[in-house]
Design a protein around this ligand. Structure first.
Ligand SMILES: [Zn+2]
Ligand SMILES: [Zn+2]
Length: 335
């Protein structure tokens, strides 16, 4: 009897506990969610506030630098445009590629070369072969890029002021970069596919494909016609259509040249955009024609690529282990 009353009272207590516990949990949850929401709102507001302050402050900083430069050049917009859209991007291209060429021809530093995509190739690359590519690239830049940039300045001056004293806002620069990237994807994809038509391939595009395992500088190693229509025009069209400020155009050209160098460099390095896509194009010729891959997906020109190990490795590398090790060609058998 005693035992049963004990057990019933303990059952009552456990019911009370559980209802009390439930209520407590609800209160705790409400407190946690409520305070969480409060902090989230406060955090969001402070983040927006800090970002606005940061962009505002950095915007002022860049505007000050630009005003100084503008005054130093006495408003000579043609010179400013040429320096910004030709010399600065070209300088970025060569600094990056000289470093890559040292790695290509010496196999050092190992920290870079251990990330080689086609491991049995370019180990190391012959200096004469690199030098031949460098000469063609320099000719393309000097005899085609320079006149085209001058022509671009003339066209852009007709329709606006490409080097005005006032810089665009940071957000507008981002919008323009996105539009330029999309326009380049469309124009590069279709012009590139056209260059793969047998008629144009053997006359024009074959030169660029001499490198089945490309290196950075090969990004501009191309027939003059290809350099104009596939390399220059797709990149120029955005700033011309948008009437971009020289600062945006300079940034866009520099980014585009570094990105195309990365996509040809042959090393899948940590924290850099994956070069697997275009490297696969050089390896297989009839896959992966675009830059971003959007149009390849649409036209199914990446169907073979998507069944390969290279596709599995086509990610942003976030560790120090080369993807050829973490995703080997022939999977290591599990014991
Ligand atoms: Zn290429
Ligand atoms: Zn091609």
């Amino acid at each position: 009897m005693r035992a049963s009353s004990n057990s019933s009272s303990s059952r009552m207590k456990s019911v009370q506990d559980s209802s009390g516990g439930l209520w407590d949990s609800v209160k705790k949850a409400a407190f946690v969610i409520g305070s969480g929401l409060f902090f989230l709102v406060a955090f969001r507001n402070s983040v927006t506030w800090h970002l606005q302050r940061f962009w505002g402050a950095s915007g002022d900083f860049w505007q000050m630098q630009w005003s100084r430069l503008y005054t130093a050049f006495d408003g000579n917009e043609a010179s400013l445009f040429f320096i910004g859209t030709m010399l600065v991007p070209t300088f970025c291209f060569w600094v990056f590629n000289i470093f890559l060429m040292i790695a290509d021809t010496t196999g050092k530093p190992v920290f870079v070369t251990r990330y080689r995509i086609q491991q049995d190739k370019n180990n190391p690359v012959e200096v004469e072969r690199v030098w031949r590519a460098v000469k063609v690239v320099l000719c393309n830049q000097l005899f085609l890029s320079v006149p085209l940039v001058v022509l671009t300045y003339t066209v852009m001056s007709w329709r606006g002021e490409p080097c005005g004293p006032e810089l665009p806002t940071f957000h507008w620069v981002l919008v323009e970069l996105a539009v330029c990237g999309l326009l380049e994807e469309v124009l590069f994809y279709y012009s590139h596919r056209l260059f793969h038509h047998p008629f144009f391939y053997k006359r024009i595009h074959k030169i660029h494909h001499e490198w089945t395992a490309p290196i950075g500088v090969v990004s501009l190693y191309a027939h003059p016609v290809e350099h104009v229509f596939s390399n220059m025009v797709p990149a120029l069209i955005g700033p011309v259509l948008l009437g971009s400020h020289m600062a945006t155009t300079s940034l866009w050209f520099s980014v585009a040249l570094i990105v195309t160098s990365i996509s040809h460099c042959g090393y899948h390095l940590p924290l850099l955009p994956s070069p697997e896509f275009h490297d696969f194009h050089h390896l297989k010729f009839n896959q992966c024609y675009g830059v971003l891959g959007v149009l390849d997906r649409l036209h199914g020109t990446d169907d073979k690529f998507r069944k390969t190990k290279e596709y599995e490795r086509h990610v942003l590398l976030l560790s120090l282990t080369p993807l050829t090790k973490s995703i080997p060609d022939t999977p290591i058998k599990q014991e």
